[in-house]
Write a protein that binds this ligand. Structure first.
Ligand code: OGA
Ligand code: MN
Length: 207
């Protein structure tokens, strides 16, 4: 599968893989997310990219960052992401240096309006990954992720059902995307590989 992802990235800049991880792991990740004590999931922020628009107009998900010290399913997710990183570095010379990811929960009605995950020449996020955790999801449940063309932002490249086990990988700077309103609880992990943009003045990402 890593091979399919690498060739998709080379040809079109994104890849959608169904059943990318064992159902057991998806179910364990979902349980780990649902087991978070109340208050651990926090309203997600949007940085400085949206001028005066309020956070809640742009996105309504809640998130919990996955830590390097997490155990069990989250640890297996980090191992998977490290293997993918190593494979893509070897085959595509992407120079992926570090990885960060968070669980996300979209309650019924929640969405994330069209955005890019990184701005050209600025951020050091280069590759985005999303893994879906709902073991059942159908077209009536909404919550699709829509990927748009960078050249023509009206053009839909792909509409992706957030069905458990589906993994989406895309170049962070190149694809505006959005999450349509979910009609029921929608669970996922979103992650980003970064390149190292440290200089002697500035360590980024931090150790
Ligand atoms: C994000 C994002 C997509 C999704 O968190 O930046 O675009 O389908 N998520 O959850
Ligand atoms: Mn995004």
């Amino acid at each position: 599968m890593f091979d399919l992802i690498a060739s998709d990235l080379r040809l079109k800049g994104y890849s959608v893989q169904k059943d990318a991880l064992p159902v057991q792991l998806i179910s364990d990740l979902l349980n780990a997310l649902k087991a978070k004590p109340p208050g651990v999931l926090k309203k997600a922020g949007i940085g400085r990219a949206h001028g005066q628009q309020s956070n809640a107009e742009i996105r309504r998900d809640e998130i919990a960052w996955i830590e390097r010290t997490d155990e069990g399913a989250a640890e297996q997710w980090l191992e998977f992401s490290a293997q993918l990183q190593q494979y893509l570095n070897r085959t595509l010379m992407l120079g992926l240096f570090s990885f960060e990811s968070h669980f996300a929960h979209y309650a019924a009605g929640a969405f994330y309006k069209t955005h890019v995950d990184a701005f050209r020449g600025q951020a050091n996020r280069v590759l985005s990954v999303v893994l879906y955790l709902n073991l059942e999801w159908g077209p009536a449940d909404g919550g699709e992720m829509v990927l748009y063309s960078d050249q023509n932002p009206q053009q839909i490249l792909e509409t992706i059902q957030p069905l458990g086990g589906t993994l989406v990988v895309f170049l962070s700077e190149d694809f505006p995307h959005e999450v349509l309103p979910a009609k029921r609880d929608r669970y996922s992990i979103a992650g980003w590989y970064r390149v190292n943009t440290s200089s002697t003045q500035h360590i980024d990402p931090p150790a």
